[in-house]
Design a protein around this ligand. Sequence first.
Ligand SMILES: NC(=O)c1ccc[n+]([C@@H]2O[C@H](COP(=O)([O-])OP(=O)(O)OC[C@H]3O[C@@H](n4cnc5c(N)ncnc54)[C@H](OP(=O)(O)O)[C@@H]3O)[C@@H](O)[C@H]2O)c1
Length: 335
Amino acid sequence: MQKMKAAIYSSYGGPDVISVSEMPRPAIKDGEVLVQVHASTVSTGDWRMLTMKTGDPVLAIIARMMFGLTKPRHPVLGSAFSGRVVAVGNGVTRFRMGDAVMGFAPHGAHAEYLAINENKAIVQKPAGVSDEDAAAMPFGALCALVFLRDFAGVKPGQKVLVTGASGGVGVFGVQIAKYLGADVTAVASSQNADLVRKLGADKVIDYKQTDFTRGSARYDLVFDTAGVTDFASVKPVLTENGQFIPLEFGIREMRQAMFSGKSGKRIKIGVNGDKREDLETLAGLMQRGALSAVIDSRYGLEDIARAYERVGTRHKRGAVIVSIASHLALPRAAA
Ligand SMILES: NC(=O)c1ccc[n+]([C@@H]2O[C@H](COP(=O)([O-])OP(=O)(O)OC[C@H]3O[C@@H](n4cnc5c(N)ncnc54)[C@H](OP(=O)(O)O)[C@@H]3O)[C@@H](O)[C@H]2O)c1
């Protein structure tokens, strides 16, 4: 049986519960491909899978019911990946050996290899895009695309405010809102003002100086990726049919959303999926240069606990990358 290195955890906790260990490479089933992972990210989502910190005790219980009540059901961390196909299962038609790919797996990307069904969120990596940039994209960009385009239905000319504009989701929130034709206000600290302007923000509000909820500007959408405000505070700055979409929510927001009508000032909550079609759209935008990755920092697989520490600060700029160097060694036989 061929082995691989992977970042694994057997209990929930801080970065110290992660170990980088050898384990069997995943076996591929019919319809699956084996991907040699070149780069991955540690996203806020991965960090939540490690720590089970949700900010709401009821949601924490729901999360444990989904992912393992007393310990994680899936031992290998990680979701976004970029790499190459090194084996194809029976019936696979979309990929061939050697294809450069990127994608989003529900778990298992912090490893040298992962198996994924060809119909899940895996697409060809656009030519000219690095593994690190490709791995930096799926978590934040899938979220921003689905929330802005599908849940909020952002239209050209609308005024969209993005909090946490320099974060993992925010950097794509600014770019995608701009791509959808919105007038974008980014809320970020002064050290990240140039970054968010470069990504397309029309205005920048320094959250350390100004509370946007007390300003005179009105917004068709407040997309709160940083979990820094609430519906009652945002209402005064929403337009007549303005929407508030917080990515961090609890039971209070679930109740508010349930009773929010279809018009008027309203709050919407949700969870973005990871559809292949959406990833295709995003890869196309990357290829055309309409979407860029922002990389906060890079770590090797052996140092992945430090990457999780960085993500846990909630002050990263864009994505934290894990470079998995095994592919730089002599080519190995496929599984
Ligand atoms: N519902 C869903 O389906 C879904 C999907 C994806 C993600 N999420 C959630 O979305 C949230 C955002 O994830 P993320 O990866 O983008 O987080 P992140 O990368 O940790 O966000 C950090 C960024 O937020 C900025 N920030 C901190 N306080 C701020 C404030 N008061 N105002 C404005 N910006 C502030 C920081 O800038 P400074 O360093 O300058 O402070 C930093 O750049 C997470 O809670 C994640 O779990 C939900």
